[in-house]
Ligand binder design. Structure first.
Ligand code: SF4
Length: 244
């Protein structure tokens, strides 16, 4: 199928994003997620049937309008939900961006697609991967997201094989992954991949509680304190590829 005709489900857009990749970004949030991260801020993206169906061309028409804002460093970021659940759709959007010379960033957990051929095709059109590692061992990963950490490591291996620049992210949740051992392990993983350029530690916030209440979903971290900036600064001491 021609790339512009491929359809997918979109949750929302952010036209002038500043945190999901370098420079000014047009961010496409796709609908559907196989994970249930304990701290998820976007539970409205979980349902694969939600959002709005669009063609890649319709998405690209929106992107095109913001081209002049991207400057030298900016571009397009496709995020989720989990973008890899709709990998053909992302591939179609990225191939339209590539043709137009627009920088492409894929914001993903690294789960959602287990077809290496499709993953490698997409990585061939991706200028930057932002991989949210979430937790650093199989047990914590499964308990707090429902997914498999092995899949994440496999995805990082593929990105490493193709030397795609990677930024690793992790949300720090007090009492769950804010211990030295966990952050040292995160550092170890980042150092094992030459193509990992930086590690970002993000503070857990609970501003999403009203969204959960509206959707009638229990937010399991309701009583967990937010992560302080002091905690994040202290944990950055264990990270060698710092983003700050
Ligand atoms: S991968 Fe993202 S959208 Fe999916 S549950 Fe986790 S935080 Fe939420």
């Amino acid at each position: 199928m021609k790339p512009y005709k491929v359809t997918g489900r979109v949750s929302s857009f952010q036209s002038l994003g500043a945190v999901d990749g370098p420079g000014i970004r047009f961010v496409v949030f796709l609908q559907g997620c196989p994970l249930r991260c304990i701290y998820c801020h976007n539970p409205e993206t979980w349902d694969m049937q939600g959002g709005t169906e669009m063609t890649a061309d319709e998405v690209f028409s929106k992107i095109r309008k913001y081209r002049n804002y991207f400057g030298k460093n900016g571009g397009v970021t496709v995020s989720g939900g989990e973008a890899l659940l709709q990998i053909e759709f992302v591939e179609a959007i990225f191939s339209l961006c590539r043709e137009a010379g627009i920088h492409t960033a894929l914001d993903t957990s690294g789960t959602g697609c287990q077809d290496d051929e499709k993953l490698e095709n997409l990585l061939g059109l991706t200028d930057l991967v932002i991989c949210d590692l979430k937790f650093v061992n199989e047990e914590d990963y499964f308990r707090n997201t429902g997914g498999s950490f092995k899949q994440v490591l496999h995805f990082l291996d593929l990105a490493g094989k193709h030397m795609i620049p990677v930024w690793i992210r992790q949300v720090i949740v007090p009492g769950i992954n804010d211990d030295e051992e966990s952050v040292k392990k995160l550092n170890e993983i980042s150092m094992a991949y030459e193509n990992v350029e930086r590690v970002e530690l993000l503070a857990f916030r609970n501003l999403c509680i009203p969204k959960y209440e509206k959707l009638g979903i229990n937010f399991r971290l309701r009583d967990t304190p937010q992560a302080s900036e002091e905690l994040i600064s202290r944990l950055y001491e264990f990270i060698e590829k710092k983003s700050i």
